[in-house]
Design a protein around this ligand. Structure first.
Ligand code: URA
Length: 192
């Protein structure tokens, strides 16, 4: 096990026991996050859905299948990236996470990012984007540029659920993910 994986363990264990907000009452499993720190890419979604809640893993339902396809098309290997969510427990009926739930859960994501120290961040959808970079701008304005969270280059793009609703967003999401890959590769070269 890598040093990063070892360092994530106690944070995941704490999340698994967490009862700090009402989502603990209805969740099946805490979805802490999964993947590897190898590629230096961390992808952040919104919150677990029904499949994720059942399996304890992020992005394993319909959105996850689309994310897998987008990553493959971009040349990113899913097993090489780390994927997690703003909120670690499923909101009932897949409602939006409430501000107090996001705030209560924030120390977990903050600790993950401090431990993983990614070369690049990818925020899927506005919940993840606003968590990293509070503001009011719409995704159409935020995407397509390199943003920054605590000096980490950050790409915001459409959530796979939005692409499922509007497939015309797919090409832009692919372009954004390609940018994510390039940033990670460039940073790796500079570090070598
Ligand atoms: N949507 C998300 O934002 N996260 C998941 O893990 C699954 C669906």
């Amino acid at each position: 096990m890598s040093a990063v994986e070892t360092a994530l363990k106690p944070i995941a264990a704490k999340a698994a026991r967490c009862t700090a907000c009402v989502l603990a009452e209805t969740r099946t499993k805490v979805v802490f996050g999964s993947g590897s720190a190898r590629a230096g890419i961390v992808i952040i979604g919104e919150a677990p859905g029904a499949n994720e809640d059942a399996q304890g893993l992020p992005f394993v339902g319909r959105s996850g299948q689309l994310l897998d396809r987008l990553l493959t098309e971009t040349g990113i290997v899913r097993d090489d990236v780390y994927i997690c969510n703003v909120v670690k427990c499923r909101p009932p009926q897949n409602r939006d996470p409430r501000p107090e739930e996001v705030a209560t859960c924030a120390p977990f994501l903050r600790a993950q990012l401090e431990t993983l120290r990614p070369r690049v961040l990818c925020a899927l959808g506005l919940h993840a984007t606003r968590w990293l970079l509070p503001g009011k701008e719409p995704m159409a304005k935020l995407r397509g540029q390199i943003l920054e969270y605590r000096s980490i280059p950050t790409i915001a793009t459409y959530h796979p659920a939005a692409i499922l609703r509007n497939p015309r967003l797919k090409d832009n999401a692919l372009a954004d993910l390609k940018r994510v890959r390039e940033i990670a590769e460039d940073a790796a070269k500079r570090e070598a």
